[in-house]
Design a protein around this ligand. Structure first.
Ligand SMILES: Nc1ncnc2c1ncn2[C@@H]1O[C@H](COP(=O)(O)OP(=O)(O)OP(=O)(O)O)[C@@H](O)[C@H]1O
Length: 278
């Protein structure tokens, strides 16, 4: 066997080393993450899968430098949380959460431009030709060209979702976190969004992506790796084809599942005894 040369290994972008996270509430202590080790390297596109309450959002909060671990070490873009100014880290991480409100009165272009200043309101004096050109490029990449001058108020949920991603990409982040990007989208909107994410990864092959979802059907073909969580602990992590097995997914979601891959897209359904698919 030939060893992989060191220069072939992409640098880590996000690392968890023995991470525990917990919280204390009226009902006592809740363990949110338990002994999680995870390394995400530049250009990898990870699916982060798990049942409700598995700890997915907690991991995204660590990756976005929005919270600290109780035990263990978290390193984002080479910076160890707790030892650096988190604002420096946050500026290089794009986070997209479908639950966040988008200002309705802005046009798609103005909304995307606000990503350059990291503000809710546009700061027009701060946007020069470079920012306008980048906004136009991202709007085209996310398939929103026709809507560039349209107000967000009249955009569909799918269009808003793609605008959120374009906005998050304005500062040219090295790590992009997508929290349930296809949540509540109808089928055409979901497919447009997944196509847009695939185009994005072709255009920016060094961009590192983490996509959180409960549904395998909501994963774009670009996904290269998967981390499966159950009750805050890792079930499996690694290249998507090795990890997304019936056994691992069944353990992850706590029900017997049959998993299929077709043209890079994934689907899962309940395995019924005596009705196994050949
Ligand atoms: N502030 C808190 N205090 C106590 N428990 C919390 C707190 N925040 C989250 N939790 C609990 O930690 C666990 C992990 O939550 P997290 O939001 O990371 O899960 P998730 O996988 O993102 O879930 P979902 O798919 O429902 O969004 C859950 O059991 C949740 O109830």
């Amino acid at each position: 066997m030939v060893d992989t040369p060191a220069w072939d290994i992409a640098p880590p972008v996000f690392e968890l080393d023995g991470v525990d996270v917990w919280a204390h509430g009226p009902a006592g202590r809740t363990d949110m993450l338990v002994g999680v080790d995870w390394t995400v390297r530049e250009g990898e596109r990870w699916a982060l899968l798990g049942h409700n309450g598995a700890g997915k959002s907690t991991i995204l909060a660590l990756a976005g430098a929005l919270r600290f671990p109780g035990n263990g070490a978290v390193t984002v873009l080479g910076k160890r949380l707790g030892k650096v100014d988190v604002r420096e880290v946050r500026a290089q991480v794009g986070a997209v959460n479908a639950a966040l409100r988008v200002p309705e009165y802005l046009t798609v272009t103005d909304y995307v431009l606000t990503g350059a200043s990291g503000t809710v309101q546009p700061l027009y004096g701060k946007y020069g030709p470079a920012e306008h050109a980048r906004a136009a490029e991202l709007i085209a990449l996310l398939g929103l060209e026709r809507l560039a001058r349209r107000e967000i108020a009249v955009c569909s949920q799918g269009e808003r979702g793609r605008a959120r991603i374009a906005r998050a990409l304005m500062p040219d982040p090295r790590l992009l976190l997508l929290d349930e990007p296809a949540n509540a989208l109808d089928l055409p909107s979901r497919e447009e969004l997944l196509e847009a994410i695939d185009s994005l990864t072709r255009e920016y092959p060094r961009l590192t992506l983490v996509i959180v979802t409960h549904h395998l059907e909501e994963l774009p073909t670009a996904v290269s790796h998967a981390l499966l969580l159950r009750r805050g602990a890792t079930v499996a992590a690694g290249p998507v084809r090795e990890v997304m097995t019936d056994a691992n997914l069944s353990e992850c979601f706590g029900i017997p599942l049959t998993v299929r891959a077709e043209d890079g897209r994934w689907a899962a359904r309940l395995r019924r005894p005596g009705r196994e698919v050949a």
